[in-house]
Design a protein around this ligand. Sequence first.
Ligand code: OGA
Ligand code: MN
Length: 223
Amino acid sequence: MNRDLLASHQPLYVFDEAIFESIADGLVTHGFAVLDNGLPDFLCQTLLDCQASLSEQEYQAAGIGRADDFHHAKEVRGDEICWITGSSEEGALWLSWCDALKQYINRTLFMGLFSFESHFACYEAGKFYKRHVDAFRGQSNRVLSLVAYLNDQWGEEDGGELVIYSNDSDSKGRKVIPRKGTVVVFLSERFPHEVLPAKRTRHSVAGWFRVNGSINQHIDPPK
Ligand code: OGA
Ligand code: MN
């Protein structure tokens, strides 16, 4: 740790903004961005180490819906997830990269992104996530979705592609191979997407930037 940096109140980490610029460009032009090798190598390695250190007990079956509406639905999604907190150094590094991206997007696109939540996801062979949107218009404060992949040597034969559809009537979509280092960012309310069945264990990190939904006495996010 560089104490001079700390003492001068500079950010703890300084990240290359070129990747943030590509993401912002993609969002402006298409509403989404797909970047091969978008994840800086050191961050990819950090996430891989962190993921590898997780025990099976730390993963939980993913569900759908929020709060009272939350339930597990194996016919919709079969991944296991582990939320990332800043309590480990690895987790803190990931969150600070995402925070730097958030600040860049707010500075350049004025999206008013407020908070971020993120988890590791693991799809065992045969698991999938059926077509869905991450946020329904006006019903959620998730506005920007981010996925990064951690899979070495992943080929088309391994399945598990993310398919991004351009709108509700699009049935063809665009496939993204979940290869190590690939980063996908898209507007949460706009793009239906799905994860096709993986043929072997598939590791990723997913996250969502939210706007602040606090109105009157109702404080968001809820405790
Ligand atoms: C999600 C999701 C996509 C992926 O977790 O909501 O759509 O490629 N993930 O893992
Ligand atoms: Mn999704």
